[in-house]
Design a binder for this molecule. Structure first.
Ligand code: GLU
Length: 487
Protein backbone atom coordinates (compact mmCIF):
# COMPACT_ATOMS: atom_id res chain seq x y z
CA UNK A 1 0.00 0.00 0.00
CA UNK A 2 1.30 3.44 -0.84
CA UNK A 3 2.14 5.65 2.09
CA UNK A 4 -0.43 8.31 2.86
CA UNK A 5 0.63 11.87 2.21
CA UNK A 6 0.06 13.87 5.35
CA UNK A 7 1.80 17.13 6.21
CA UNK A 8 1.45 19.44 9.12
CA UNK A 9 2.07 23.00 10.15
CA UNK A 10 2.80 22.94 13.87
CA UNK A 11 2.90 26.45 15.28
CA UNK A 12 3.67 27.23 18.87
CA UNK A 13 1.18 29.81 20.08
CA UNK A 14 3.98 32.21 20.87
CA UNK A 15 3.12 34.73 18.21
CA UNK A 16 1.03 35.81 15.27
CA UNK A 17 1.19 34.74 11.66
CA UNK A 18 4.20 36.36 10.03
CA UNK A 19 5.92 35.93 6.69
CA UNK A 20 8.19 33.14 7.92
CA UNK A 21 5.62 30.87 9.48
CA UNK A 22 3.15 31.56 6.68
CA UNK A 23 5.77 30.31 4.24
CA UNK A 24 6.16 27.11 6.28
CA UNK A 25 2.39 26.60 6.42
CA UNK A 26 2.04 27.33 2.72
CA UNK A 27 4.75 24.93 1.56
CA UNK A 28 3.32 22.15 3.71
CA UNK A 29 -0.10 22.93 2.30
CA UNK A 30 1.05 23.03 -1.33
CA UNK A 31 2.97 19.79 -1.04
CA UNK A 32 0.07 18.03 0.69
CA UNK A 33 -2.43 19.23 -1.89
CA UNK A 34 -0.12 18.50 -4.83
CA UNK A 35 -0.22 14.84 -3.84
CA UNK A 36 -3.91 14.93 -2.88
CA UNK A 37 -2.84 14.47 0.71
CA UNK A 38 -3.99 16.01 3.98
CA UNK A 39 -2.82 19.23 5.58
CA UNK A 40 -2.97 19.27 9.36
CA UNK A 41 -2.59 22.15 11.74
CA UNK A 42 -1.39 21.09 15.17
CA UNK A 43 -0.71 23.34 18.13
CA UNK A 44 2.59 22.88 19.93
CA UNK A 45 1.87 24.69 23.16
CA UNK A 46 4.19 22.88 25.56
CA UNK A 47 6.35 25.95 26.15
CA UNK A 48 3.65 27.24 28.46
CA UNK A 49 5.32 30.46 29.60
CA UNK A 50 5.73 31.68 26.05
CA UNK A 51 2.15 31.13 24.91
CA UNK A 52 0.45 34.32 23.79
CA UNK A 53 -3.28 34.80 24.26
CA UNK A 54 -5.19 34.85 20.99
CA UNK A 55 -2.22 33.82 18.87
CA UNK A 56 -3.73 30.58 17.61
CA UNK A 57 -7.17 31.94 16.78
CA UNK A 58 -5.50 34.73 14.88
CA UNK A 59 -3.12 32.40 13.04
CA UNK A 60 -5.96 30.13 11.97
CA UNK A 61 -8.09 33.04 10.88
CA UNK A 62 -5.33 34.57 8.79
CA UNK A 63 -4.35 31.24 7.24
CA UNK A 64 -7.96 30.66 6.24
CA UNK A 65 -8.18 34.14 4.83
CA UNK A 66 -5.17 33.29 2.66
CA UNK A 67 -6.91 30.12 1.48
CA UNK A 68 -4.73 27.75 3.48
CA UNK A 69 -7.46 25.60 4.95
CA UNK A 70 -6.44 22.71 7.20
CA UNK A 71 -8.12 19.35 6.65
CA UNK A 72 -7.75 18.59 10.34
CA UNK A 73 -7.20 20.98 13.20
CA UNK A 74 -8.47 22.10 16.59
CA UNK A 75 -11.89 23.22 15.37
CA UNK A 76 -12.09 20.55 12.65
CA UNK A 77 -10.90 17.35 14.24
CA UNK A 78 -10.20 14.22 12.27
CA UNK A 79 -9.46 10.76 13.63
CA UNK A 80 -5.97 11.74 14.84
CA UNK A 81 -6.90 14.30 17.51
CA UNK A 82 -6.64 16.03 19.82
CA UNK A 83 -4.63 18.57 17.86
CA UNK A 84 -3.24 20.51 20.80
CA UNK A 85 -0.25 19.09 22.63
CA UNK A 86 -1.37 20.04 26.14
CA UNK A 87 -4.42 17.85 25.52
CA UNK A 88 -2.17 14.89 24.67
CA UNK A 89 -0.07 14.69 27.83
CA UNK A 90 -1.27 11.21 28.64
CA UNK A 91 -0.09 9.95 25.28
CA UNK A 92 3.42 11.34 25.79
CA UNK A 93 3.51 9.78 29.22
CA UNK A 94 2.55 6.40 27.79
CA UNK A 95 5.30 6.59 25.20
CA UNK A 96 7.86 7.79 27.72
CA UNK A 97 6.91 4.82 29.90
CA UNK A 98 7.59 2.49 27.00
CA UNK A 99 11.07 3.94 26.68
CA UNK A 100 11.61 3.61 30.43
CA UNK A 101 10.55 -0.01 30.32
CA UNK A 102 12.90 -0.70 27.44
CA UNK A 103 15.73 1.12 29.28
CA UNK A 104 15.97 3.62 26.46
CA UNK A 105 15.15 6.37 28.92
CA UNK A 106 15.66 6.87 32.63
CA UNK A 107 14.48 9.00 35.53
CA UNK A 108 16.61 11.97 36.37
CA UNK A 109 16.32 13.60 39.78
CA UNK A 110 19.00 16.24 39.35
CA UNK A 111 18.00 19.72 40.40
CA UNK A 112 18.62 22.78 38.25
CA UNK A 113 21.46 23.77 40.61
CA UNK A 114 23.14 20.38 40.32
CA UNK A 115 22.92 20.48 36.56
CA UNK A 116 24.36 23.98 36.46
CA UNK A 117 27.23 23.03 38.76
CA UNK A 118 28.08 20.04 36.56
CA UNK A 119 27.96 22.22 33.48
CA UNK A 120 30.33 24.77 34.95
CA UNK A 121 32.72 22.09 36.06
CA UNK A 122 32.88 20.70 32.53
CA UNK A 123 33.44 24.15 31.09
CA UNK A 124 36.33 24.69 33.49
CA UNK A 125 37.73 21.33 32.44
CA UNK A 126 37.71 22.57 28.87
CA UNK A 127 34.65 20.84 27.40
CA UNK A 128 33.22 23.28 24.90
CA UNK A 129 29.76 21.76 24.92
CA UNK A 130 29.02 20.25 28.32
CA UNK A 131 26.46 17.50 28.51
CA UNK A 132 24.59 15.60 31.18
CA UNK A 133 27.02 13.50 33.19
CA UNK A 134 24.63 10.54 33.49
CA UNK A 135 24.76 10.43 37.24
CA UNK A 136 21.08 9.40 37.50
CA UNK A 137 21.60 6.72 34.88
CA UNK A 138 23.91 5.07 37.36
CA UNK A 139 21.36 4.97 40.16
CA UNK A 140 20.30 1.49 41.19
CA UNK A 141 16.71 0.39 40.70
CA UNK A 142 16.19 0.49 44.45
CA UNK A 143 17.49 4.07 44.64
CA UNK A 144 15.19 5.14 41.84
CA UNK A 145 12.18 3.49 43.43
CA UNK A 146 12.96 5.09 46.73
CA UNK A 147 13.07 8.56 45.21
CA UNK A 148 9.89 7.97 43.24
CA UNK A 149 8.18 6.77 46.40
CA UNK A 150 9.26 9.93 48.17
CA UNK A 151 7.96 12.06 45.32
CA UNK A 152 11.32 13.57 44.52
CA UNK A 153 10.69 15.70 41.43
CA UNK A 154 11.85 13.84 38.36
CA UNK A 155 12.26 14.36 34.70
CA UNK A 156 12.74 11.61 32.15
CA UNK A 157 15.87 11.56 30.04
CA UNK A 158 16.49 9.80 26.80
CA UNK A 159 19.57 7.61 26.85
CA UNK A 160 21.54 8.53 23.76
CA UNK A 161 23.20 5.34 22.53
CA UNK A 162 26.93 5.47 21.94
CA UNK A 163 28.42 5.33 18.46
CA UNK A 164 25.29 5.75 16.46
CA UNK A 165 24.89 7.97 13.48
CA UNK A 166 21.80 9.71 12.25
CA UNK A 167 21.47 10.41 8.57
CA UNK A 168 18.70 11.85 6.55
CA UNK A 169 18.33 13.07 3.04
CA UNK A 170 16.94 16.56 3.34
CA UNK A 171 14.86 17.72 0.39
CA UNK A 172 16.65 21.08 0.52
CA UNK A 173 20.09 20.28 1.88
CA UNK A 174 20.67 16.79 0.55
CA UNK A 175 22.41 14.28 2.84
CA UNK A 176 22.80 15.41 6.47
CA UNK A 177 24.83 13.47 9.02
CA UNK A 178 24.98 13.62 12.83
CA UNK A 179 26.67 11.41 15.37
CA UNK A 180 25.35 10.44 18.77
CA UNK A 181 28.68 11.18 20.46
CA UNK A 182 28.00 14.89 19.95
CA UNK A 183 24.79 14.80 21.93
CA UNK A 184 24.15 14.31 25.62
CA UNK A 185 21.19 12.50 27.14
CA UNK A 186 18.30 14.92 26.88
CA UNK A 187 15.08 15.43 28.73
CA UNK A 188 11.94 14.09 27.07
CA UNK A 189 9.50 14.78 29.92
CA UNK A 190 10.13 17.69 32.25
CA UNK A 191 9.55 17.43 35.99
CA UNK A 192 6.19 19.21 35.57
CA UNK A 193 5.01 16.34 33.37
CA UNK A 194 5.13 18.35 30.17
CA UNK A 195 7.11 16.86 27.28
CA UNK A 196 9.87 18.73 25.52
CA UNK A 197 9.36 19.77 21.93
CA UNK A 198 11.75 17.19 20.45
CA UNK A 199 9.88 14.34 22.09
CA UNK A 200 6.29 15.49 21.64
CA UNK A 201 6.82 16.43 18.00
CA UNK A 202 7.92 12.89 17.13
CA UNK A 203 5.17 11.13 19.06
CA UNK A 204 2.63 13.34 17.30
CA UNK A 205 4.19 12.93 13.89
CA UNK A 206 4.20 9.15 14.35
CA UNK A 207 0.62 8.96 15.61
CA UNK A 208 -0.68 11.46 13.07
CA UNK A 209 1.09 9.50 10.31
CA UNK A 210 2.99 12.50 9.03
CA UNK A 211 4.82 11.70 5.81
CA UNK A 212 6.81 14.91 5.26
CA UNK A 213 8.09 17.54 7.66
CA UNK A 214 8.66 20.91 6.04
CA UNK A 215 9.96 23.54 8.45
CA UNK A 216 12.56 26.25 8.97
CA UNK A 217 16.27 25.47 8.93
CA UNK A 218 16.58 26.37 12.62
CA UNK A 219 15.21 22.88 13.25
CA UNK A 220 18.03 20.99 11.52
CA UNK A 221 19.95 20.69 14.76
CA UNK A 222 16.84 19.19 16.42
CA UNK A 223 16.51 16.51 13.79
CA UNK A 224 19.06 14.02 15.21
CA UNK A 225 17.24 14.03 18.55
CA UNK A 226 14.00 13.38 16.74
CA UNK A 227 15.56 10.61 14.67
CA UNK A 228 16.63 8.91 17.91
CA UNK A 229 13.02 8.71 18.99
CA UNK A 230 11.90 7.25 15.67
CA UNK A 231 14.67 4.68 15.96
CA UNK A 232 13.81 3.87 19.57
CA UNK A 233 10.25 3.05 18.51
CA UNK A 234 11.39 1.38 15.30
CA UNK A 235 9.41 3.80 13.21
CA UNK A 236 10.25 5.10 9.77
CA UNK A 237 10.99 8.84 9.98
CA UNK A 238 9.21 11.22 7.63
CA UNK A 239 10.94 12.97 4.75
CA UNK A 240 12.44 16.23 5.95
CA UNK A 241 12.74 19.55 4.15
CA UNK A 242 14.42 22.39 6.04
CA UNK A 243 13.66 25.65 4.31
CA UNK A 244 16.40 28.24 3.98
CA UNK A 245 16.27 31.62 5.63
CA UNK A 246 14.17 34.54 4.56
CA UNK A 247 16.30 37.68 4.55
CA UNK A 248 15.54 41.38 4.35
CA UNK A 249 16.83 43.73 1.67
CA UNK A 250 20.10 44.07 3.57
CA UNK A 251 20.47 40.29 3.31
CA UNK A 252 20.05 39.93 7.05
CA UNK A 253 17.79 37.30 8.60
CA UNK A 254 14.28 38.65 8.81
CA UNK A 255 13.76 39.60 12.41
CA UNK A 256 10.56 40.50 14.15
CA UNK A 257 12.51 43.40 15.57
CA UNK A 258 12.82 45.00 12.12
CA UNK A 259 10.14 47.44 13.17
CA UNK A 260 10.04 49.37 9.92
CA UNK A 261 9.18 46.27 7.93
CA UNK A 262 5.66 44.88 8.11
CA UNK A 263 5.96 41.14 8.66
CA UNK A 264 2.58 40.07 9.92
CA UNK A 265 -0.16 38.92 7.56
CA UNK A 266 -2.78 40.83 9.54
CA UNK A 267 -0.94 44.09 8.83
CA UNK A 268 -1.06 43.52 5.08
CA UNK A 269 -4.64 42.31 5.28
CA UNK A 270 -5.70 45.44 7.13
CA UNK A 271 -4.36 47.83 4.52
CA UNK A 272 -5.79 45.99 1.56
CA UNK A 273 -3.35 43.44 0.28
CA UNK A 274 -5.19 40.60 -1.41
CA UNK A 275 -4.98 37.02 -0.18
CA UNK A 276 -4.18 35.62 -3.62
CA UNK A 277 -1.36 38.13 -4.12
CA UNK A 278 0.19 37.24 -0.74
CA UNK A 279 -0.31 33.54 -1.45
CA UNK A 280 1.42 33.88 -4.82
CA UNK A 281 4.24 36.01 -3.42
CA UNK A 282 5.00 33.72 -0.48
CA UNK A 283 4.96 30.61 -2.69
CA UNK A 284 8.00 32.09 -4.44
CA UNK A 285 9.93 32.69 -1.20
CA UNK A 286 12.27 29.76 -1.40
CA UNK A 287 10.66 27.89 -4.24
CA UNK A 288 10.51 28.53 -7.96
CA UNK A 289 8.69 26.87 -10.81
CA UNK A 290 10.27 25.93 -14.08
CA UNK A 291 10.29 28.88 -16.50
CA UNK A 292 9.98 32.61 -16.11
CA UNK A 293 6.30 32.97 -15.20
CA UNK A 294 5.68 34.21 -11.68
CA UNK A 295 1.97 34.85 -11.47
CA UNK A 296 -0.02 31.85 -10.31
CA UNK A 297 -3.24 31.40 -8.44
CA UNK A 298 -3.61 28.79 -5.73
CA UNK A 299 -4.92 26.00 -7.97
CA UNK A 300 -2.04 26.44 -10.41
CA UNK A 301 0.50 26.44 -7.59
CA UNK A 302 -0.94 23.23 -6.20
CA UNK A 303 -0.62 21.66 -9.62
CA UNK A 304 2.95 22.76 -10.35
CA UNK A 305 4.44 22.62 -6.85
CA UNK A 306 7.51 20.45 -6.99
CA UNK A 307 9.44 19.73 -3.81
CA UNK A 308 12.63 19.13 -5.74
CA UNK A 309 12.71 22.80 -6.71
CA UNK A 310 12.98 24.21 -3.16
CA UNK A 311 15.71 26.83 -3.08
CA UNK A 312 19.07 26.10 -1.51
CA UNK A 313 19.90 29.75 -0.96
CA UNK A 314 18.16 32.32 1.23
CA UNK A 315 15.21 34.12 -0.27
CA UNK A 316 14.66 37.84 -0.03
CA UNK A 317 11.51 39.34 1.36
CA UNK A 318 11.02 42.12 -1.16
CA UNK A 319 8.02 44.23 -0.21
CA UNK A 320 8.21 46.09 -3.52
CA UNK A 321 7.67 42.84 -5.35
CA UNK A 322 4.74 41.96 -3.11
CA UNK A 323 3.22 45.37 -3.78
CA UNK A 324 3.79 45.00 -7.52
CA UNK A 325 2.02 41.65 -7.40
CA UNK A 326 -0.80 43.06 -5.36
CA UNK A 327 -1.39 45.77 -7.97
CA UNK A 328 -1.46 43.06 -10.61
CA UNK A 329 -4.13 41.13 -8.74
CA UNK A 330 -6.13 44.32 -8.17
CA UNK A 331 -6.09 44.95 -11.91
CA UNK A 332 -7.30 41.42 -12.53
CA UNK A 333 -10.43 42.01 -10.43
CA UNK A 334 -13.72 42.58 -12.18
CA UNK A 335 -14.98 46.15 -11.76
CA UNK A 336 -17.63 44.88 -9.34
CA UNK A 337 -15.08 43.13 -7.19
CA UNK A 338 -12.82 46.13 -7.28
CA UNK A 339 -15.59 48.51 -6.19
CA UNK A 340 -16.64 46.24 -3.35
CA UNK A 341 -13.00 46.00 -2.28
CA UNK A 342 -12.13 49.71 -2.37
CA UNK A 343 -15.36 51.34 -1.16
CA UNK A 344 -14.96 50.40 2.52
CA UNK A 345 -11.53 52.05 2.62
CA UNK A 346 -13.00 55.22 1.17
CA UNK A 347 -15.98 55.11 3.51
CA UNK A 348 -13.69 54.79 6.50
CA UNK A 349 -11.92 58.03 5.59
CA UNK A 350 -14.51 60.31 3.97
CA UNK A 351 -18.14 61.14 4.33
CA UNK A 352 -19.80 59.60 1.29
CA UNK A 353 -23.42 60.32 2.22
CA UNK A 354 -23.96 63.05 -0.38
CA UNK A 355 -21.92 61.43 -3.10
CA UNK A 356 -23.75 60.02 -6.10
CA UNK A 357 -23.13 56.37 -6.86
CA UNK A 358 -22.05 57.11 -10.43
CA UNK A 359 -19.54 59.65 -9.22
CA UNK A 360 -18.10 57.26 -6.65
CA UNK A 361 -17.89 54.44 -9.15
CA UNK A 362 -16.07 56.57 -11.68
CA UNK A 363 -13.74 57.97 -9.02
CA UNK A 364 -12.75 54.53 -7.77
CA UNK A 365 -12.35 53.12 -11.26
CA UNK A 366 -9.96 55.80 -12.49
CA UNK A 367 -7.44 54.51 -9.93
CA UNK A 368 -7.89 50.82 -10.64
CA UNK A 369 -4.77 50.60 -12.80
CA UNK A 370 -2.44 52.22 -10.33
CA UNK A 371 -3.80 51.17 -6.95
CA UNK A 372 -1.17 49.17 -5.09
CA UNK A 373 -3.22 48.27 -2.01
CA UNK A 374 -6.71 49.09 -0.81
CA UNK A 375 -5.89 51.69 1.79
CA UNK A 376 -3.95 53.69 -0.80
CA UNK A 377 -7.25 54.75 -2.36
CA UNK A 378 -7.69 57.18 0.54
CA UNK A 379 -4.56 59.17 -0.35
CA UNK A 380 -5.15 58.93 -4.09
CA UNK A 381 -8.65 60.34 -3.87
CA UNK A 382 -7.91 62.98 -1.27
CA UNK A 383 -8.07 65.93 -3.71
CA UNK A 384 -11.64 64.89 -4.53
CA UNK A 385 -12.74 65.23 -0.93
CA UNK A 386 -10.66 67.94 0.64
CA UNK A 387 -9.11 71.11 -0.69
CA UNK A 388 -5.43 70.53 -1.39
CA UNK A 389 -3.73 73.58 0.03
CA UNK A 390 -0.13 72.47 0.02
CA UNK A 391 1.33 71.49 -3.31
CA UNK A 392 3.89 68.71 -3.33
CA UNK A 393 7.46 69.68 -4.09
CA UNK A 394 7.22 67.80 -7.41
CA UNK A 395 4.16 69.80 -8.38
CA UNK A 396 5.83 73.08 -7.39
CA UNK A 397 8.87 72.10 -9.45
CA UNK A 398 6.70 71.37 -12.46
CA UNK A 399 4.76 74.58 -11.97
CA UNK A 400 7.94 76.64 -11.94
CA UNK A 401 9.06 75.03 -15.15
CA UNK A 402 5.93 75.91 -17.07
CA UNK A 403 6.21 78.69 -19.68
CA UNK A 404 3.59 80.55 -21.61
CA UNK A 405 0.68 79.02 -19.87
CA UNK A 406 -1.11 82.26 -18.96
CA UNK A 407 -3.30 82.44 -22.02
CA UNK A 408 -4.02 78.72 -21.98
CA UNK A 409 -5.11 78.73 -18.34
CA UNK A 410 -7.15 81.93 -18.64
CA UNK A 411 -8.94 80.56 -21.68
CA UNK A 412 -9.43 77.19 -20.07
CA UNK A 413 -10.90 78.81 -16.99
CA UNK A 414 -13.32 80.85 -19.09
CA UNK A 415 -14.53 77.93 -21.10
CA UNK A 416 -14.93 75.71 -18.09
CA UNK A 417 -16.78 78.46 -16.28
CA UNK A 418 -19.20 78.82 -19.15
CA UNK A 419 -19.78 75.14 -19.54
CA UNK A 420 -23.36 74.28 -18.74
CA UNK A 421 -23.18 70.68 -19.79
CA UNK A 422 -20.77 69.22 -17.18
CA UNK A 423 -19.67 66.05 -18.90
CA UNK A 424 -16.36 64.36 -19.43
CA UNK A 425 -16.75 64.59 -23.19
CA UNK A 426 -17.39 68.35 -23.11
CA UNK A 427 -14.26 68.85 -20.99
CA UNK A 428 -12.28 66.76 -23.44
CA UNK A 429 -13.55 68.92 -26.28
CA UNK A 430 -12.53 72.14 -24.53
CA UNK A 431 -9.01 70.83 -23.99
CA UNK A 432 -8.54 69.65 -27.55
CA UNK A 433 -10.04 72.82 -29.03
CA UNK A 434 -7.71 74.97 -26.90
CA UNK A 435 -4.79 72.92 -28.10
CA UNK A 436 -5.73 73.63 -31.67
CA UNK A 437 -6.50 77.34 -31.34
CA UNK A 438 -3.43 78.12 -29.22
CA UNK A 439 -1.26 75.67 -31.09
CA UNK A 440 0.00 73.71 -28.09
CA UNK A 441 -0.01 70.02 -27.70
CA UNK A 442 1.14 67.12 -25.58
CA UNK A 443 2.75 67.97 -22.29
CA UNK A 444 2.60 71.73 -22.93
CA UNK A 445 -1.14 71.44 -23.14
CA UNK A 446 -1.94 68.89 -20.47
CA UNK A 447 0.57 69.72 -17.76
CA UNK A 448 -0.52 73.33 -17.06
CA UNK A 449 -4.17 72.34 -17.14
CA UNK A 450 -3.56 69.39 -14.85
CA UNK A 451 -1.57 71.39 -12.32
CA UNK A 452 -3.93 74.35 -12.23
CA UNK A 453 -7.13 72.32 -12.26
CA UNK A 454 -6.15 69.53 -9.88
CA UNK A 455 -3.06 70.79 -8.03
CA UNK A 456 -1.29 67.56 -8.92
CA UNK A 457 1.39 67.00 -11.50
CA UNK A 458 0.23 63.56 -12.41
CA UNK A 459 -2.86 61.46 -12.12
CA UNK A 460 -5.37 59.48 -14.12
CA UNK A 461 -7.07 60.69 -17.31
CA UNK A 462 -7.24 64.47 -17.20
CA UNK A 463 -10.80 65.03 -18.42
CA UNK A 464 -12.09 62.45 -15.93
CA UNK A 465 -10.19 64.09 -13.07
CA UNK A 466 -11.64 67.49 -13.96
CA UNK A 467 -15.11 66.07 -14.32
CA UNK A 468 -14.91 64.36 -10.94
CA UNK A 469 -13.52 67.39 -9.17
CA UNK A 470 -16.51 69.38 -10.38
CA UNK A 471 -16.70 72.82 -11.88
CA UNK A 472 -16.66 74.73 -8.63
CA UNK A 473 -13.57 72.97 -7.29
CA UNK A 474 -11.69 73.29 -10.58
CA UNK A 475 -12.33 77.04 -10.78
CA UNK A 476 -11.30 77.38 -7.15
CA UNK A 477 -8.09 75.45 -7.75
CA UNK A 478 -7.22 77.55 -10.79
CA UNK A 479 -7.92 80.83 -9.00
CA UNK A 480 -5.88 79.80 -5.98
CA UNK A 481 -2.85 79.13 -8.10
CA UNK A 482 -3.27 82.14 -10.35
CA UNK A 483 -3.55 84.42 -7.34
CA UNK A 484 -0.61 82.92 -5.49
CA UNK A 485 1.50 83.07 -8.68
CA UNK A 486 0.77 86.75 -9.16
CA UNK A 487 2.03 87.60 -5.70
N1 GLU B 1 6.47 24.18 17.05
C1 GLU B 1 7.64 24.21 16.22
C2 GLU B 1 7.88 25.63 15.76
O1 GLU B 1 6.98 26.43 15.85
C3 GLU B 1 7.42 23.29 15.02
C4 GLU B 1 8.65 22.73 14.49
C5 GLU B 1 8.39 21.56 13.58
O2 GLU B 1 7.72 21.77 12.56
O3 GLU B 1 8.81 20.48 13.89
O4 GLU B 1 8.95 25.96 15.34
Amino acid sequence: MEKKIRLRYAPSPTGFLHIGNTRTALFNYLLAKHYQGAFILRIEDTDVERNVEGAIASQLDNLRWLGIEPDETIDKPGQYGPYTQLERLQTYEEYANKLLAAKKAYYCFCTAQELEASREKQLVQGYASPRYDRRCYRLSEAEVNEKLKNNVPTSIRFFVPDNESYDFNDLVRGPVHFESKDLGDWVIIKSNGIPTYNFAVVIDDILMEISHVVRGEEHISNTPKQLMIYRAFEKEPPIFAHLTLIVNEQHKKLSKRDGHLMQFISQYRKIGYLPNAIFNFIALLGWSPLGEEEIFIKEELIKIFDETRLSKSPSMFDVKKLTWMNNLYIKKMSDEEYLAFTKPFLASAYDLTNKADDWLTMLLLIFKKELQYGQEIVALTKPFFVQVTELSSETIGMLNNLNNYQELITEFRNQINQLTNWKEISIKEIISMLGKTLNVKGKDLFMPIRIFASHQEHGPELAKVIYLLGKEQVIKNIDNLLNSNEK
